[in-house]
Design a binder for this molecule. Structure first.
Ligand SMILES: Nc1ncnc2c1ncn2[C@@H]1O[C@H](COP(=O)(O)OP(=O)(O)O)[C@@H](O)[C@H]1O
Ligand SMILES: Nc1nc2c(ncn2[C@H]2C[C@H](O)[C@@H](COP(=O)(O)O)O2)c(=O)[nH]1
Length: 207
């Protein structure tokens, strides 16, 4: 049975997820679901003291994305309408695996699965990989004050965690299309030919 294309763009902080998802939505005339960021009331406190604020931050992201995913399912996927998003809800497990620990991490994982296991997940994923230096340059360019002075070790660990998570996803969900993009070599913002190559890949998998 033909699946309704549910496209996600993923990758570590500053990789270019929102930029690429927005460009593809415009180019292919797709509705786009964007993650909230600044609306998370704990994000400033989190970056100042991760241990004290990680649970509240992760729960806020999870509850917000659970609501978004339910709406995406009812308004698009369950009606056979393709949609694109600048995140995969799986990112909640990627981040929380690092920011939470002990019983709180276990409770969070159980809540994540109770909330999301019965909801549709992206079946086409663009995974933007980039070096620490590239991510740091783009984070600085974006200029969110709460990301100033982000611990390079946190970001490097996230790079490694994303690689492991995408490999795990490919094993667990062999029918999910995962297209890796080398964010250091491919500049889909400035290089139109490279962007159109991504567009062609997407159209090929949407047919
Ligand atoms: N391929 C690219 N080349 C240069 N700058 C980029 C590229 N992709 C994104 N950017 C810039 O990097 C910053 C982060 O991009 P964004 O899409 O917000 O990343 P993410 O959503 O992954 O956090 C933004 O200022 C954006 O304009
Ligand atoms: N600890 C978590 N942080 C998260 C999560 N989702 C987003 N974020 C942070 C990371 C960035 O500072 C900012 C935006 O994320 P981008 O990857 O879009 O740049 O919000 C999360 O689930 N947990």
């Amino acid at each position: 049975m033909k699946r309704t294309p549910f496209i996600a763009v993923e990758g570590p902080i500053g990789a270019g997820k929102t930029t690429l998802a927005s460009m593809l939505a415009e180019r292919i005339k797709l509705p786009i679901i964007k993650e909230i960021v600044e609306e998370n009331p704990f994000i400033d406190k989190f970056y100042r003291n991760m241990d004290d604020w990680s649970f509240q931050l992760e729960m806020f992201f999870l509850c917000n994305r659970y609501k978004q995913l339910k709406e995406t399912a009812s308004e698009y996927i369950n009606q056979g309408k393709p949609v694109i998003s600048d995140y995969h809800i799986y990112k909640n497990l990627i981040f929380s695996n690092r920011t939470l620990s002990g019983i709180e991490r276990e409770k969070y994982r159980q809540i994540y699965h109770v909330l999301t296991d019965d909801l549709p997940k992206p079946n086409i994923i663009f995974y933007i990989k980039a070096s620490l230096d590239t991510l740091q340059q783009r984070i600085a360019k974006r200029g969110r004050t709460f990301e100033d002075g982000m611990d390079p070790g946190y970001l490097q660990q996230l790079i490694e965690d994303y690689d492991a998570a995408m490999a795990d996803l490919a094993t667990r969900e062999p029918s999910t299309v995962i297209i890796a993009i080398d964010g250091n070599a491919v500049d889909f913002v400035e290089n139109k030919k490279q962007f159109e190559e991504i567009v062609s890949q997407l159209k090929e998998h949407m047919e």
